[in-house]
Ligand binder design. Structure first.
Ligand SMILES: *[C@@H]1O[C@H](CO)[C@@H](O)[C@H](O)[C@H]1NC(C)=O
Ligand SMILES: *[C@@H]1O[C@H](CO)[C@@H](O)[C@H](O)[C@H]1NC(C)=O
Ligand SMILES: *[C@@H]1O[C@H](CO)[C@@H](O)[C@H](O)[C@H]1NC(C)=O
Length: 345
């Protein structure tokens, strides 16, 4: 357990002040997260056609970038239902499936064609799963054990490791962007406690206005970002971390699944977890300490010499990844019998 020596645990044990202990704390050695994907095209070079049955969120986009952007060759993405019979895989976005209904699934199902269930929401915001047993062949979601794993973002080893880090100038302390305010949610309850000890700037509906309408531009001026998920589920780590915090070079303070779950995807010293602290007050003290101690703060960026942050390119990349999966899978048939139990586990 690389975390057993964490300052907050020692702090509890020793009853010392936060900052005395932190000053004595030396970073444990880094562990690296595993690579998310190889670089395209293992297992055959037949061209693959993937049909998106619905255009997710009605958002059209160019479909010809699989090779250029992701190094995935001979991958033909289409939204033309007239090509269903030639498709090796058809992707169904859960949200559209719920609004259109099961009656709007294709009538014919060529043998060998994979039907892929795609969902990027958490179980707390996903309904209708119990009607979907025995229909799909593959799952595609942020869950690591999906047939096709599509996280919101991932790290890639740097092509050219940077000797020096150049981060945006930080003039502000803590930001949070939230649009769906709900007093019942863990993130809102935690915020109410944290703000007693620390000023927090909130952006979103009825709050502060984003600079140039851009989350990244706005958050880049802050040292810390509250990457609080709307619900807590294994592997459910969203653009709140990948875009709002990492792309803005703000240190993420996370509320989501357990620290050990985050560490499957990102280095242990790239983020601060609320569970690292006995109380919101302790967390606030730690953030204030980091605000004063530049060298300690900068340690949260050491991993950036080795990794680049990639955001998942919605939804072209999802389609391209299906081509890889089709080529890697070969022929064996599979049916997802218990979609609800798997997704909610
Ligand atoms: C900052 O923290 C480091 C330990 O992480 C400590 O060695 C150093 O003295 C601190 N600097 C200041 C100015 O408090
Ligand atoms: C994709 O499909 C189009 C239209 O059928 C075809 O012209 C093109 O050659 C295909 N490309 C690949 C890479 O299969
Ligand atoms: C896909 O699932 C359907 C429905 O259970 C099944 O009939 C078909 O054989 C499966 N196909 C593949 C290629 O797994």
């Amino acid at each position: 357990d690389p975390w057993s020596g964490h300052p907050s645990r020692r702090l509890l044990a020793a009853g010392l002040s936060c900052c005395t202990v932190l000053a004595l704390y030396a970073a444990s050695s880094l562990r690296d997260p595993p690579p998310v994907w190889g670089r395209g095209n293992d297992g055959g070079d037949e061209a693959v056609t993937v049909l998106m049955w619905w255009v997710p969120f009605g958002r059209n986009q160019p479909l010809d970038g699989c090779e250029r952007r992701f190094g995935i060759r001979d991958c033909n993405l289409t939204t033309d239902r007239g090509r269903q019979l030639e498709a090796q895989a058809v992707v169904f976005h859960h949200r559209n499936l719920m609004s259109s209904g099961l009656k709007n699934l294709p009538r014919v199902r060529p043998p060998g064609q994979r039907w892929v269930w795609m969902n990027l929401e958490s179980p707390s915001h996903t309904r209708g799963l119990r009607d979907l047993a025995g229909i799909f062949n593959w799952t595609m979601s942020y869950k690591v054990d999906s047939d096709i794993f599509v996280p919101y973002g991932y790290l890639q080893p740097s092509q050219t490791p940077a000797p020096h880090l150049s981060m945006p100038r930080k003039t502000k302390l803590v930001a949070w962007v939230i649009s769906n305010w709900n007093e019942e949610q863990a993130r809102v309850r935690y915020y109410h406690q944290l703000k007693e000890h620390l000023p927090i700037d909130i952006y979103g509906a009825h709050r502060l206005k984003l600079k140039d309408n851009s989350v990244v531009k706005t958050v880049s001026e802050y040292k810390f970002y509250l990457a609080f998920e709307n619900s807590q589920h294994p592997d459910y780590i969203t653009e709140k971390l990948w875009r709002n915090a990492f792309t803005s070079w703000a240190v993420p303070v996370v509320l989501g699944p357990a620290r050990s779950n985050y560490e499957l995807f990102i280095p242990p010293d790239s983020f601060i977890h609320i569970d690292d602290f006995a109380s919101p007050r302790q967390l606030a003290l730690y953030l204030k300490f980091l605000d004063k101690n530049k060298s300690r703060y900068r340690r949260y960026f050491a991993w950036r010499k080795r990794y680049d942050v990639q955001q998942m390119f919605f939804w072209m990349e999802h389609g391209c990844r299906v081509c890889d999966a089709v080529r890697a899978a070969g022929k064996p048939p599979k049916t997802i019998q218990n979609l609800a139990n798997w997704f909610e586990s």
